[in-house]
Write a protein that binds this ligand. Structure first.
Ligand SMILES: *Cc1c(COP(=O)(O)O)cnc(C)c1O
Length: 392
């Protein structure tokens, strides 16, 4: 075997992250791919212009930079192919529009990222697609919700605010027996800890903004498809005219190389902090499928090889003012949306539910654990607990 050939079956997860998408045809002798800013691509002569044989024809239709990340995602996801979108949310809508048409019915888990729920309720509804939301813990009983026109099931496991785990293989088996497609937003686990396409999912969605990029400086999304859905995905992505700037692609590829060691570290740190929080009297529940006490733990353990750095805590008898004072007292946890970067963050979570009510008194604080020293983060949380201990 030559230096540039690879035996994919021999690559363990960290090796795969380092090697994926580094095609010698694209990078030549350089470690990283060229950052190509392009709209127009020139042809040698009018025969080539009309012939349709040239590898690159127009910026939106592919460049070596785009191909390097598409190839990396295809390899990491074990996919037939993958497309790049300008944000995680555009990856969500692109995946949905790839398989749905007017008159279809969609089943969507009740715990999905709220803007994804909004795509179903506004855009898809306007196109004549009806959505039913379901309990993410439904498992094979999802069969009772199928209608003759149910064309797709959309999942996010764990949901990135309340962290319920879905039994993806059981749901996928039911959906496939009825010829429906299964879509899953895998932003929390990433393909490093879970490969959706190996568990019955047809389209795997990632907000690359989070762990792929890993440094809070890029908006990007990816969708990976199996053989059943790749053509539909590629055509829809083309019709929507989506493309991502080369600098953002470059930063995402750079992020992927260190994603495994970042995630290993964030998993350990988040697990330690989650266990510490479980022992605190102030905390009613810790929402983290990696904890043995979590209702989704058995399925998480069966299907995933690790857990990332995002989880929630429920403060059941805290007023909103007390939650706010707690967050305002934190020094190492920034207050801000998004996650997956190197820095720790906190937000107040507000679940928006229609299938299974979330009790209004169960306030969620969502924590993103970054790469700081774990004991510093615990000290920060501890100091903030002490500061609010007199409040009700
Ligand atoms: C952030 C996020 C998205 C959307 O990603 P953007 O890049 O912010 O558009 C989609 N799904 C999940 C689970 C997310 O956390």
């Amino acid at each position: 075997m030559s230096r540039n050939e690879r035996d994919l079956s021999m690559e363990k997860p960290l090796t795969r992250l380092v090697r994926s998408g580094r095609d010698h045809d694209i990078t030549g002798p350089f470690v990283n791919p060229p950052v190509i800013h392009a709209s127009t691509v020139l042809f040698e002569n009018s025969d080539d212009l009309l012939g349709g044989q040239q590898r690159y024809t127009y910026g939106r239709r592919g460049t070596p930079t785009i191909e390097a990340l598409e190839m990396a995602m295809t390899e990491m996801e074990g996919a037939e192919g993958a497309v790049l979108c300008p944000s995680g949310l555009s990856a969500v809508s692109t995946a949905l529009l790839s398989v749905l048409r007017a008159g279809d019915h969609l089943l969507m888990a009740d715990n999905v990222y709220d803007p994804a729920r909004n795509v179903a309720r506004s855009l898809l509804n306007r196109l004549g697609i009806e959505t039913t939301f379901f309990d993410p813990k439904i498992g094979a009983e999802i069969a009772t919700l199928f209608r003759p026109n149910t064309r797709a099931v959309y999942l996010e496991s764990p949901g990135s605010l309340t962290f319920e785990i879905s039994d993806i293989p059981a749901i996928a088996a039911v959906a496939h027996a009825r010829d429906a497609f299964v879509l899953a937003d895998n932003t929390w686990a990433t393909p490093y800890f879970f490969k959706p396409l190996e568990h019955g999912v047809d389209l795997a969605i990632l907000a690359g903004t989070k762990y792929l990029c890993g440094h809070s400086d890029v908006m990007i999304g990816t969708v990976a498809a199996n053989a059943r859905t790749y053509k539909m995905l590629r055509d829809t992505h083309g019709d929507l005219g989506l493309c991502v700037g080369p600098d953002d692609i470059y930063l995402t590829l750079r992020g992927i190389r260190t994603m495994g060691i970042r995630l290993d570290r964030q998993m350990q740190s988040a697990m330690s902090i989650a266990r510490w929080l479980e022992g605190r009297a102030e905390v009613a529940r810790v929402l983290h499928p990696g904890l043995a006490s979590d209702p989704g733990h058995a399925i998480w353990k069966r299907d995933m090889t690790g857990s990332s750095g995002l989880f929630g805590i429920v403060m059941s008898d805290w007023s909103l003012d007390k939650v706010k004072a707690f967050l305002d007292g934190l020094r190492l946890f920034g207050l801000g949306y998004s996650w997956g970067g190197y820095e720790s963050l906190a937000i107040i979570g507000r679940p928006n539910r229609t299938a299974v009510a979330w009790p209004a008194e169960d306030r969620i604080i969502r924590l993103q654990i970054g790469l700081e020293d774990t004991s510093d983060l615990i000290a920060d949380l501890e100091a903030s607990f002490a500061r609010v201990s007199n409040l009700s």
